[in-house]
Design a protein around this ligand. Structure first.
Ligand code: MG
Length: 157
């Protein structure tokens, strides 16, 4: 049996915050604001995985109202999510993601991000892909005020 899942997230960019994509820190004057560490890609991947298994969503499992998740390492949340996925009998086939921001450029960090996700999802980097897109100056992401991410996964059991 196979199932797909789709995840999306957006975070404001703010000075004094780290810019994290799947736990990989990208040198940039601003980073993702949020209750947790704000890792937009980790959050989109969590929702894709949870959605594929109908196990809930990230806001339900790790509510921003709960002080336990203040400044949480989102890759630990992703690890927890993937354990739930495994416990329900599913494992990842592949994961494809899009990061949307004007800056920083994602391409130089693509391999590090693929490796980080592959380790957490116990798969090969070949099963994971990441694409950076700009928004042609449009909307919040296009004006450098936010970063967005989409993630789509295929799971099998
Ligand atoms: Mg988020």
């Amino acid at each position: 049996m196979i199932r797909t899942g789709l995840g999306y997230d957006i975070h404001r960019l703010k000075s004094g915050r780290r810019f994290l994509l799947a736990g990989v820190e990208i040198p940039f004057p601003k980073g993702e604001d949020g209750h947790s560490d704000g890792d937009v890609l980790a959050h989109a991947v969590c929702d894709a995985l949870l959605g594929a298994c109908a196990l809930g969503d990230i806001g339900e499992l790790f509510p921003p109202s709960d002080p336990a998740w203040k400044d949480a390492d989102s890759m630990k949340l992703l690890k927890d999510v993937y354990e739930r996925v495994n416990e329900s009998g599913w494992k990842i086939v592949n994961l494809d993601c899009v990061i949307i921001c004007e800056n920083p450029k994602v391409l130089p960090f693509r391999e590090a991000i693929r490796k980080s996700l592959a380790e957490t999802l116990k798969t090969a980097p070949e099963n994971i892909f990441i694409k950076g897109k700009t928004k042609e100056g449009l909307d919040a992401a296009g004006q450098g005020k936010a970063v967005e991410s989409f993630a789509q996964c295929l799971l099998e059991k």
